[in-house]
Ligand binder design. Structure first.
Ligand SMILES: [Zn+2]
Ligand SMILES: [Zn+2]
Length: 126
């Protein structure tokens, strides 16, 4: 059963998830900042085999941001959707591309030392 749906800004890349997310977290590392243009990104891991790319554009375009990580985006609108580590059985999805971003609350914060000093990030302890 589909639990979560989401997609990019233009709607070309859409996804559905039949499983619940794990490890919802904020990240303020410089790679996430450069990739999205946002000072903080909310992420959640979903089992890879629970994911279906079901929009008209199929799968996102994958950009290799490091040796072991590829980041998926929409080639039409540039929407930043996912990150996939080599050999991983989970895929990290951007919480804000969910149709209901309020459904997944980040419980931790990675790379707080790279957050801009003016930014206040408040994760909810699980
Ligand atoms: Zn798009
Ligand atoms: Zn990051």
């Amino acid at each position: 059963m589909v639990q979560f749906t989401g997609g990019c800004l233009c709607g070309q890349i859409r996804y559905s998830q039949t499983a619940c997310p794990e490890y919802p977290h904020f990240c303020t590392c410089h790679m996430c900042q450069k990739w999205t243009g946002a000072p903080v990104v909310a992420w959640a891991d979903f089992p890879l085999d629970s994911l279906t790319w079901d929009g008209p554009g199929g799968e996102p375009t994958m950009y290799p941001s490091s040796e072991e990580t590829r980041r998926g985006f929409c080639p039409r609108c540039g929407g930043t959707l996912c990150a996939l580590d080599e050999g991983s059985t989970t895929i990290c999805m951007t919480v804000a591309t969910l149709d209901d971003p309020g459904a997944v609350a980040p419980t931790s914060h990675s790379f707080p030392e790279s957050a801009p000093a003016w930014l206040e990030v408040k994760s909810r302890p699980s």
